[in-house]
Design a protein around this ligand. Structure first.
Ligand code: ZN
Length: 78
């Protein structure tokens, strides 16, 4: 027979397990989106171009399979 304390402990444990599962799913989704083409699933090829005049680095990614380009990211040099 479960006591109220045991039920609360089990509920807390299931919430922690759910949180860990969600974190892993979020991480996996982020990495998949970062490294793979969202159209065909092939690996993206990244290039970094530094513009010292504008003090920024432009990061571009292109799919080798379908040539789709991912939106470029611009990072300011510090
Ligand atoms: Zn592709």
């Amino acid at each position: 027979m479960n006591t109220k304390k045991q039920i609360n402990a089990d509920h807390s444990l299931s919430l922690i397990e759910e949180y860990v599962r969600d974190k892993k799913a979020l991480r996996t989704g982020f990495l998949d989106n970062h490294f793979n083409c969202q159209l065909c699933g092939s690996e993206l090829i990244y290039s970094h171009v530094t513009h010292f005049v504008f003090e920024e680095v432009v990061v571009e990614a292109e799919c080798a399979s379908c040539q789709t380009q991912k939106t470029a990211e611009v990072h300011k040099l510090q």
